[in-house]
Ligand binder design. Structure first.
Ligand code: NAP
Ligand code: MG
Length: 404
């Protein structure tokens, strides 16, 4: 069979540890035999980041900006222990942080759903995609303990040195705590564009929630910016596709999410997104089944798994022990990227291949062949067999070949 051809290269960002091992297995078994793969390869493995003084991370992000579609393997974010383990000259920053800053993007996380693993919330039938505004608010706050009696004020001085605002926060009669937060219109605007674009892209409703009834300037700004951009730039397209933009209070959103069937994107402010994405992913099952895509406001895409490099499994692998690491989210990062490349370049064959590979993965899991992490989550009545990563991938390949 002739291999499927590509036009524009994918930006390929290789990574670390167990996911680096899976990366090669996925390419060798599930992609290279079928696709005449064109990639621009960047090795974001920690050793190469050290060797290039992290230049490789920046280069890969600029390549993603240039070509528009990237696929990324999980990477180590160095901490003190990693600095020693890898003998690093510096505690290099998180590659995801660097890439996100360069693309100015928003991360969308969605679970892969299979029949045999039922979400804890029984009525969830379709994925719930969470978009987190990963900028500002409490993550960039200034705070301190107030030592005792005294006045706390919020002051703004403009660039010419004029004091424009001075408001009393609280007249403290005793010790307490104080915190200030900020966000920027430019960042909220980028967030809004990424969300509207991704909703159109995936033909799903977009929900957005804040606490604007209480926060009449701060959260209200988020609400108004979204509303304005929607009305001016996206409303017509949403109506054409029959999808909805829906704003509601965060409390109401939480209640509705629990009662819903799923199948929409939920855009959240930074803290809400942090907390809710952990809740939603746990309720759906497993971190190993969580996909993640970074979407920039001008429509560039970087696909990856939501999980990390699965270090514990890697150390076992190095000792020659058999590992049963779940490659699903990493495979779906590849299919997401290949499909997007296919869409942008008008290559139906490539899109079809991505669909078929995803189907082969689901077929494999539905037949009861799965990695160990999923076995404990399977509902009663399903026969399952735990296999190692290599056998799992081999089984997917068989199902894929049967479908081509
Ligand atoms: P992790 O790699 O996601 O793994 C945490 C645990 O979750 C694993 O030990 C494993 O549990 C389970 N797990 C995660 N993915 C799995 C999979 N595909 N198949 C089976 N089980 C899976 O998180 P971590 O241990 O906190 O972080 C490890 C490294 O990854 C760190 O260096 C961190 O910096 C990096 N990291 C990178 C990214 C990224 O690049 N996007 C994201 C997060 C973390 P059991 O051991 O119980 O089987
Ligand atoms: Mg969290």
């Amino acid at each position: 069979m002739a291999k499927i051809q590509m036009k524009t290269p994918l930006v390929e960002m290789d990574g670390d540890e167990m996911t680096r091992i899976l990366w090669k297995m996925i390419k060798d078994e599930l992609i290279l035999p079928f696709v005449d793969l064109k990639t621009e390869y960047y090795d974001l493995g920690l050793e190469e980041r050290e060797k290039t003084k992290d230049k490789v991370t920046y280069d890969s992000a600029y390549a993603a900006k240039k070509y528009g579609v990237a696929v990324k393997c999980a990477t180590i974010t160095p901490n003190k222990q990693r600095v020693e383990e890898y003998n690093l000259s510096e505690m290099w920053k998180s590659p995801n942080g660097t890439i996100r800053a360069i693309l100015d993007g928003t991360v969308f996380r969605a679970p892969i759903i299979i029949d045999s693993v039922k979400p804890v919330v029984k009525n969830w039938e379709k994925p719930i995609t969470i978009a987190r505004h990963a900028y500002g608010d409490v993550y960039k706050s200034t705070e301190y303990r107030v030592p005792g009696e005294g006045k706390a004020e919020l002051v703004f001085t403009d660039k010419d040195g004029n004091e424009t605002f001075r408001e009393t926060v609280y007249d403290f009669e005793c010790a307490g705590v104080l915190q200030s937060q900020y966000n920027k219109d430019s960042s909220i605007i980028s967030f809004a564009h990424s969300c509207f674009k991704y909703a159109i892209d995936t033909k799903q409703d977009l929900w957005f929630s804040t606490k604007d009834t209480i926060s009449k300037k701060y959260d209200q700004t988020f609400k108004l910016i979204f509303e304005d951009i929607y009305e001016k730039e996206y409303k017509a397209k949403f109506e054409e596709l029959g999808i909805e933009y829906f704003y509601t209070l965060i409390d109401d959103a939480v209640a509705r999410v629990i009662r819903s069937k799923g199948g929409y994107i939920w855009a959240c402010k930074n803290y809400d997104g942090d907390v809710m994405s952990d809740m939603v992913s746990t309720a759906f099952g497993s971190l190993a089944m969580m996909t993640s895509v970074l979407v920039s406001p001008d429509g560039k895409y970087e696909y990856e798994a939501a999980h990390g490099t699965v270090t514990r499994h890697y150390y076992r692998y190095l000792k020659g022990e058999e590992t049963s690491t779940n490659p699903m989210a990493t495979i779906f990062a590849w299919t997401g990227a290949l499909r997007k490349r296919g869409e942008l370049d008008g290559l139906c064959d490539l899109c079809n291949f991505a669909d078929k590979l995803e189907k082969a993965c689901i077929t494999t899991l539905d037949s009861g062949v799965m990695t160990k992490d999923l076995v404990g989550l399977v509902s009663e009545g399903y026969e399952v067999k735990a296999v190692n990563s290599a056998d799992f991938i081999a089984s997917i390949r068989k199902n894929l070949e049967a479908s081509l």
